[in-house]
Design a protein around this ligand. Structure first.
Ligand code: ZN
Length: 502
């Protein structure tokens, strides 16, 4: 408790010192003869955060008559000024000019559907770029004024790959991180990252990573990792956690690229000719129970049987079911069964539940870290089925388990996501259910499946209208038809791409 207090206190003092130093070092940007565009920008500026004046990106573009590229999703924009590209991000103080990084003393903001830039600090950058000077003032902060915000790094080999954990004292946005791989070095750049070289802790227990080298630069920390054998840089994933940044490097298949390509071209192997349907719950595990007494395990079995018939009759696909009757099967046994029989697709069928009886609609999940409260709640609900297993450790999947499992099925994750999107699309056109979209979460039942796999939450058992619907043969048929169509679509797309060498 006391220790925590002092740590917090120290952090506060460091942050305060940081800002004091920044402002003390901030050059005076006032310009003797502001040009026309500068006056117009200042005129458009509005007072926002911390009494600073900001101007919207679109207004800058209009005044300068320049083009911009704007991604609303990541709230990042590129301005094309003179021959340079200037990249800015909302809530980020880094401005990237060509290949250089400039740090403004305060970050950009986001308001009125636009990135807002602090006039006082952004105008000097624009001025330099417009004047064609390569001497864009690198930031007014030197590294001694950056507070230490990265404490150490640890590297560990896991069953499915290698996990790099960077311990942080500050929050780093995804936009301030980048990775690069070249000649067996994996470089991780953390903009605004700062270490104390004397107290920085490196703990390397990995066989893959031979060496870890931290290099403090003016605006960023670069961590370089020497790898013992070639890795596929595209597979490296970034995950931001509370107080940590994680990088996962999935284990490569051990096959050379040529062999992998050959396998992928082997059309036989990629025929979607065997589908495993997994009706959720069963036996002593009823799943969710509706207010009129409907059991999830019964309705999902009914839908599964209809889906099986449709796939066999209309697509000539071999269909295996994890259960054909009201029997109990553990979550683990379900994927084991699918793997053993070399299924090409795994579809787990469920009905949803929410404490609010008004909540309704259908959602399809693929394996990954939950990104919303809804996804977390649902995975907890479905994972609770594990309590019916004997001799199994209970409790939820922790993030590490989920990330490692996602790494293991890295090659199927994209396909799973595509398939989930097709299912939602078909459910949308086939039924009147509200489309709750494609989501990701950590479900036990999907762990270890070595094929594309999804979990469909068909409708809400907790919603009176949907509970009634789930019991009607007509509605069960609609759901089965929608999933059937998505399998057909997936099969056509997948087999086609396999034939064309992906
Ligand atoms: Zn369920």
């Amino acid at each position: 408790m006391i220790g925590k207090f002092w740590r917090e206190f120290g952090r506060l003092i460091r942050t305060a010192t940081f800002f004091l130093l920044i402002f003390a070092n901030t050059p005076d940007f006032t310009h003797a003869h502001p040009s026309d565009w500068e006056r117009r920008l200042e005129h458009k500026a509005r007072r926002m955060e911390g009494d600073f004046y900001y101007v919207g990106l679109q207004q800058i573009a209009d005044i300068l008559g320049i083009n911009t590229y704007y991604s609303n999703k990541v709230r990042k924009a590129i301005l094309y000024v003179a021959d340079e590209k200037i990249t800015v991000s909302a809530f980020n103080s880094f401005v990237i000019v060509g290949k250089r990084v400039v740090q403004m003393p305060i970050p950009a903001q986001y308001d009125r559907d636009d990135i807002q830039l602090p006039v006082k600090f952004f105008i000097p950058i624009l001025r330099k770029v417009l004047a064609g000077s390569d001497e864009v003032e690198s930031n007014p902060v030197d590294n001694r004024t950056l507070p230490v915000n990265i404490e150490g790094v640890s590297v560990e080999d896991k069953a499915n790959g290698t996990l790099i954990r960077i311990r942080t004292l500050a929050k780093f946005e995804e936009s301030s991180m980048s990775t690069r791989y070249s000649r067996r070095w994996l470089y991780v750049d953390i903009l605004g990252g700062s270490i104390n070289p004397t107290s920085f802790v490196t703990l390397n227990q990995s066989k893959l990573i031979k060496k870890v080298v931290p290099v403090q630069m003016t605006e960023m920390l670069q961590l370089s990792f020497r790898v013992g054998k070639e890795i596929n840089a595209e597979d490296v994933q970034f995950i931001e956690r509370e107080g940590e940044l994680w990088l996962s490097i999935p284990k490569s298949s051990g096959l050379s690229r040529d062999v992998v390509e050959k396998l992928k071209n082997d059309q036989e192997k990629w025929q979607i000719d065997k589908v495993v349907i997994d009706p959720g719950h069963g036996g002593r595990d009823p799943g969710t129970i509706g207010s009129s007494g409907t059991y999830e395990k019964d309705v999902v079995l009914a839908i599964a049987k209809r889906l099986k018939t449709a796939l066999e009759k209309k697509l000539n696909i071999e269909v295996l079911m994890t259960r054909e009757d009201d029997e109990y099967i553990s979550l683990k046994e379900r994927t084991q069964y699918a793997n053993k029989n070399q299924g090409k697709l795994f579809i787990s069928l469920h009905a949803n539940w929410n404490r609010n009886p008004k909540v309704n609609g259908a959602a399809t999940y693929f394996l990954g870290l939950a990104k919303s409260d809804e996804a977390i709640e649902i995975s907890q609900l479905e994972n609770a089925a594990i309590k019916y297993d004997d001799g199994v450790e209970h409790g939820d999947l922790n993030e590490e388990q989920i990330i490692l499992a996602t790494m293991a099925q890295n090659s199927y994750n994209k396909e799973s996501q595509n398939f989930a999107a097709m299912i939602q699309d078909e459910l949308d056109s086939e039924t009147k259910l509200r489309n709750r979209g494609v989501k990701q979460a950590g479900f036990y039942v999907m762990l270890g499946a070595s094929m594309p796999n999804v979990l469909v939450e068909t409708a809400f058992m907790s919603n009176k209208r949907e509970e009634r619907l789930l019991n009607t043969p007509g509605f069960q048929k609609e759901i089965a038809e929608a999933i059937f169509r998505s399998v057909k679509r997936f099969k056509e797309k997948y087999e086609m791409t396999a034939a064309n060498g992906r």
